[in-house]
Design a protein around this ligand. Structure first.
Ligand code: FE2
Length: 131
């Protein structure tokens, strides 16, 4: 049984899928069950920082940065995407990123609480709540 907005990865080909509508079946890719990704929330011991941090902008928006020190954005190691998810889990905004980009996402409007999560091509999924 899947749940809305869960992320699953195929360790064989690298496909990552997000559940839009939950169903009862098992997700399979390359002939194997896909793995549910669980977001890390504490990277104190890691050299690179992955947990999203939040900065309110002057015009009532919100900037989501990846790491207190910016995460690397090289071709070998980079943040692939950032998502901002409403508390009711009924709205999702996704920013795809590429090597050379800044590891951040800017929301023009910010209505209170939200979950931000990001995916590093090497270190996987990380998340944090903004209050
Ligand atoms: Fe990383």
């Amino acid at each position: 049984m899947t749940e809305k907005l869960e992320l699953y990865k195929c360790d064989i080909c690298g496909n990552i899928v997000e559940v839009v509508v939950s169903g009862g079946g098992e997700l399979v890719c390359c002939g194997e069950p896909m793995k549910l990704l669980k977001a890390g929330t504490n990277d104190i011991a890691a050299t690179e920082k992955h947990v999203p941090v939040f900065f309110k902008t002057a015009d009532n928006g919100l900037e989501i940065r990846i790491g207190k020190e910016p995460h690397p954005m090289s071709t070998e190691h980079f943040i692939m995407f950032i998502e901002a998810i409403s508390p009711e889990r009924d709205q999702v905004q996704r920013q795809y990123l590429y090597p050379g980009d800044e590891p951040k996402m800017v929301l023009e409007k910010y209505a209170g609480k939200m979950l931000a999560r990001e995916f590093c091509n090497i270190h996987g999924l990380w998340g944090a709540n903004c209050d």
